[in-house]
Ligand binder design. Sequence first.
Ligand SMILES: [Mn+2]
Length: 354
Amino acid sequence: MLASEIITQNLDALLREAPRHPLTATDKWVIFSDLHLGDGGPNDDFLPNADLFHYVLEHQYLRQGYSLVLNGDVEELQRYTYAQVARRWGSVYALFDAFAGTGRLVKIVGNHDYDLILKTSKASPYPHHNAFVFTYGAHQLLLFHGHQASLAYTRHNALIGFFLRYFAQPLGINNYSVAYDSRKQFKIEKRVYQYASRRKIAALIGHTHRPLFESMSKIDSLKFQIETLLRQYPGLPAEAARVVEKKVVAFRNQLLQANASRKASLAGSSRYSTDILIPCLFNSGCVISPGGMTCLEISGESLALVHYFDGRVKVARPGESTGPGVVLGDSPYHRVVIHQEPLSYIFSRISLLA
Ligand SMILES: [Mn+2]
């Protein structure tokens, strides 16, 4: 069987077997992935953004009545035991407990925390899923971590528990995952994109650590917004024109910064096919970027890609910054909405274009 057929079967099974939740006007959800919680030591990828994550999850989401989806790679169990992670990050688990206690937590497994669903680590108190589906009328938004679109994992799937238990850990083989290599990222994104457009659904993943909105990277998204504004500009009354001018300049500066920080590589490209771009692929990014963290939000029947960062941290990669945004309370943390669209608009475009 062809690789693409195996992956299609895999993703069809996820779509068929996932728990479903119908979205309504009052639903408020936040989706985070790729926290990679470790033991708090110097190699713990979560540590640098731990305070940012804790603050935002508590103030911005728990207290404001959101439900939480954790879309995989929450625990870094390829390098640490669950007990080590739970011991160090009790304060984070206390927040997860608060969501779970009111029925507001959905936890999905990724490739780095896969053994939680195999029950090899019995300590985790939460149910674990391979995927989750939001329905919106007849439309479907499929949430899964994303590694299922890689054939390496597909081949391992049947044996993965056995492999982890009896070979990987005793031999000290921790990492058979994708490197964050842009060609591999692109391949996974492309497969999920092709699957979602063929099934006329929206797919929401993590795994590649690259935030995407409507199949577009941040660079594409900025270009798109500049174009949209320029189309509105001619014939605007003076006052509205000035608002648009300011926005275009701000987006233009962000775009120049973003372009300067990364070479024109696959990582900046949205071209999954030579045909029209279908707005069917979303990625929440990750919590462990040096430039802060990103997530996806559903509220008021809209979907938004949001970036949070610590204003005190001088970012090594300026392209990650997205403008000052809004400062949260008296914290050093900033919130920037990168892109937001109504669900009805997203789904009607998928239906019509795919
Ligand atoms: Mn992953």
